[in-house]
Design a binder for this molecule. Structure first.
Ligand SMILES: [Zn+2]
Ligand SMILES: [Zn+2]
Length: 262
């Protein structure tokens, strides 16, 4: 079964391809499910360099809804949110008009009010701790269907005791809150340059002590990457002893069930 729930497009500014291009490609490949999860903008323009302007949200949402009508497989409208507690009411109101949210922690706020991203060097031990706390808060919010790239904090870090502690915090919260974690294919396309990188075998070794299944996604930012890493993500899951969660739509919205083992 081919599907993807973590899909970007040209709307985010660092991706390419129209919504319709992704749908046509997915249809041609025999996808049975496609979810769009553009980076959710903030009304204030926070983190504007990595997401569409707030004023484009309606256009994006209408584009997904109207483009989906010609396809026979379920097409879900979503966002990848950067959850912050002070924005809870805003995210709640957006969530009411879309089908699902995933969340990624792409920024952590230091006590001095500045933000750091795990995609850059200098993500400190305390930043990793803040990352884990933020990830837990996202899962506690009840707003997200799964946590995207839980191990992205290892993008420019080595796996050490701080990383292990963060991994345990995230995985145990995922298990107790029943919010699945994602194995992310996009990280596989990046050169980890001697760092741990993501998806991280060490993270998932720890995570497998708490969870036995995960969502798999390509986190595509180009049309041809929509399915490119799926075989590798599946192989990664198998090696980690993690079952794959298959999406389906029920009355309660987006749900998951474990794929039958082959
Ligand atoms: Zn992300
Ligand atoms: Zn993403």
């Amino acid at each position: 079964m081919l599907y993807n729930l973590h899909t970007h497009s040209r709307y985010c500014g660092h991706g390419s391809g129209e919504i319709m291009d992704y749908l046509s490609y997915a249809s041609g490949k025999g996808f049975s499910f496609l979810g769009f999860s553009e980076h959710c903008p903030f009304p204030t323009g926070r983190f504007r360099s990595t997401r569409m302007p707030y004023s484009e949200m309606e256009k994006y949402e209408n584009d997904v809804r109207s483009s989906a009508s010609g396809f026979s497989f379920p097409v879900l409208l979503g966002y990848e949110i950067d959850y912050m507690e002070e924005w809870r009411d805003y995210f709640r109101s957006v969530r009411e008009r879309v089908d699902y949210f995933t969340a990624g922690v792409h920024f952590v706020e230091r006590p001095d009010g500045t933000f750091r991203t795990p995609f850059n060097d200098g993500f400190s031990d305390d930043d990793v701790r803040r990352y884990a706390e933020q990830a837990v808060k996202v899962m506690e919010s009840g707003l997200v269907s799964f946590l995207a790239h839980p191990d992205v904090f290892l993008c420019r870090r080595h796996f050490d005791s701080v990383a292990e502690e963060a991994s345990r915090m995230i995985a145990s919260a995922s298990a107790s809150l029943s919010v699945p974690l994602e194995i992310n294919g996009n990280g596989m396309l990046k050169d980890s340059e001697g760092y741990e990188g993501y998806p991280s075998g060490n993270f998932w070794r720890i995570a497998s002590e708490y969870v036995d299944a995960a969502v798999i996604s390509t986190d595509a930012h180009t049309v041809s990457n929509l399915d490119r890493t799926i075989p590798y993500v599946r192989a990664f899951a198998e090696k980690a002893g993690i079952a794959v969660l298959e999406p389906y739509v029920s009355d309660g919205g987006l749900s998951f069930r474990k794929e039958p083992q082959s």
